[in-house]
Design a protein around this ligand. Structure first.
Ligand SMILES: [Ca+2]
Length: 550
């Protein structure tokens, strides 16, 4: 009799009801896991901004500010004639690519001659180791991140595939499986709120021309980033880098060619001609010519007279043509009789990339090592800058803004931090005090401040290489940590012994410009001082990245 009752009392219902409940739990758990995974993936795909709030770069009231409201004359107009300024910028030219800097492969007679007529700064840095931010720093006198242009602008007409790959690269960079931070840029181009050298010089009646590569916002899509909206009366050149296809060629606000493709070989000559004609046309007015060549950025398209001539292959040909261009500009200045009233500057936006010589310095384009940041710098101005001089005072391209404004009799803008300093005493060969010689210089990789230089010392807290292969000495990444599993852990529980790189890095650049010997352990006091300086700077910078004064 018991068994039928057992049949009845067997909890068939709960047994039947339990699968749906547990399935629900599994389902919920599964959904939760998927949500967490999606959240993590979304986070991994977000640019790394080192704690800087991107809202700081949103448009604001300064976008409509007239430069004259904050840049004031320091002397009445008409008291003196400000000098003409020709700023010739190479793209990716290495420190060691010039004859005057010791190249045994390339010949650069025109740049060498310019160095003999003026001053050469051996320890001159770009403000970033890649194109876009370096140019932003050069034209505004501010560390490039202040403008929102933390790294290279990519083509605005990115295909879906390229954009997706870029996102994945950001995620991979965070894991440390590629060596890129993947910060991206907070803005699509140079914000209207920034004041360029050209905008300031216009206040003093300068005629202003930008020729060559712009790369501060693709104005074919967003007209607000056009050079003529940033203080240049005229423009002739490319919207983007010469490898960022489609590369458009524009004259002023008119597009001449939608994509020059590989048909670039005549353009160095045409850019040069444009600059020369401008100099001839405006010989009686003070002029500012920003000649930003596409050379020797790869791919190389030297014109017929230069192709195949250099001992340095196509890269060397591109450097030869750049050098020729400098010679043509100098000839135009002499022939128009304005050479004595003109300051000519030749420099590069960052170190050499796949080809080119960093001149024995460590590292290349994209890196915080000297080879990425240290670039040639030559300035000549007959009668004002002593001929054939060399200075080892460390300087950076953010110094040109205050220097050139000073020469034009203008004060730096009163409403914002200008990170650069007036270099005129250095260019003129005057004795300089510690405020100039020992001024701290900071080395940014995207939004991160990786290193600091003070006088002879350079302290590197972190280094992103921006290139393959993945460095295994990077202790704060997944790949670095895995590689460091080789470290030795003493049985007595003492301090682990790293078997790969040791951090931080401290280099004595006076003795060791090649950054071959890490002397951090030998100079803990210097490390402590520089580390504290780096910390202080990073904290202040993150709190107010744009550096507005009110
Ligand atoms: Ca470059």
């Amino acid at each position: 009799m018991g068994s039928p009752a057992r049949w009845v009392t067997i909890p068939a219902f709960p047994a039947l009801a339990s699968p749906p409940t547990s399935m629900k739990k599994v389902l919920l758990l599964g959904l939760a896991l998927i949500a967490v995974a999606c959240g993590l993936a979304w986070r991994a795909l977000q640019p790394h901004t080192a704690g800087i709030e991107l809202s700081a770069f949103a448009p604001g009231s300064r976008d409509t500010l007239a430069p004259g409201a904050v840049v004031k004359p320091t002397a009445p107009a008409g008291r003196f004639r400000p000098p003409n300024i020709v700023l010739i910028l190479a793209d990716d030219l290495g420190w060691g690519d010039l004859g005057v800097q010791g190249s045994r492969v390339l010949q650069t007679p025109n740049v060498d001659a310019l160095a003999n007529e003026g001053v050469r700064l051996t320890d001159f840095y770009a403000s970033a180791p890649v194109c876009t931010p370096s140019r932003a720093g050069l034209l505004t006198g501010r560390y490039p991140v202040r403008t929102g242009l933390a790294t290279v602008l990519s083509a605005s007409s990115d295909t879906f595939m390229r954009a997706t790959m870029r996102r994945l690269a950001i995620a991979a960079g965070k894991l440390g499986t590629t060596d890129m931070i993947g910060g991206g840029t907070a803005v699509r181009g140079l914000p209207a709120s920034e004041i360029t050298i050209a905008e300031a010089l216009q206040l003093r009646g300068y005629r202003t021309l930008a020729v060559g590569k712009w790369h501060l916002g693709d104005f074919t899509h967003w007209p607000q980033f056009h050079p003529m909206r940033h203080g240049f009366d005229h423009f002739f050149g490319y919207n983007v880098a010469n490898d960022d296809f489609p590369v458009a060629l524009w004259r002023d606000e008119q597009q001449l060619v939608a994509d020059v493709g590989t048909r670039q070989s005549e353009h160095t000559r045409e850019f040069t001609k444009e600059a020369v004609e401008y100099i001839r046309a405006w010989r009686d007015a003070p002029f500012f010519v920003f000649l930003a060549h596409k050379d020797p950025h790869q791919p190389f398209f030297p014109s017929a007279p230069f192709a195949g001539r250099s001992a340095g292959g196509p890269y060397g040909d591109a450097v030869s043509e750049f050098d020729w261009s400098v010679g043509e500009v100098m000839r135009a200045l002499r022939e128009t009789g304005v050479a004595d009233d003109t300051l000519v500057i030749v420099t590069s936006d960052n170190g050499p990339w796949y080809e080119g010589s960093p001149g024995g310095l460590r590292g290349r384009k994209g890196q915080t090592y000297e080879g990425g940041f240290r670039v040639p710098f030559i300035a000549a101005w007959p009668g004002r800058i002593p001929a054939g001089t060399v200075s080892k005072v460390p300087a950076m391209n953010i110094d040109l803004f205050p220097t050139l404004l000073g020469l034009a009799g203008l004060s730096p803008p009163s409403d914002r931090v200008i990170d650069g300093i007036d270099l005129l005493p250095v260019l003129e060969g005057r004795a300089v005090d510690a405020a100039i010689a020992e001024r701290p210089l900071y080395f940014f990789h995207e939004y991160d401040v990786e290193a600091i230089r003070v006088g002879r010392w350079k302290y590197i807290a972190r280094n992103s290489h921006y290139t393959w292969p993945v460095p295994i000495d990077k202790n704060d990444t997944f790949s670095g940590k895995s590689a460091n599993s080789r470290d030795y852990y003493p049985a007595d529980g003492g301090e682990p012994v790293p078997t790969l790189g040791t951090w931080p890095l401290l280099y004595d650049l006076e003795r060791d410009p090649e950054e071959s010997y890490n002397v951090a352990k030998r100079h803990p006091d210097v490390c402590g001082r520089l580390d504290a300086g780096l910390e202080r700077w990073t904290r202040a910078f993150r709190a107010a990245p744009r550096g507005w004064k009110d």
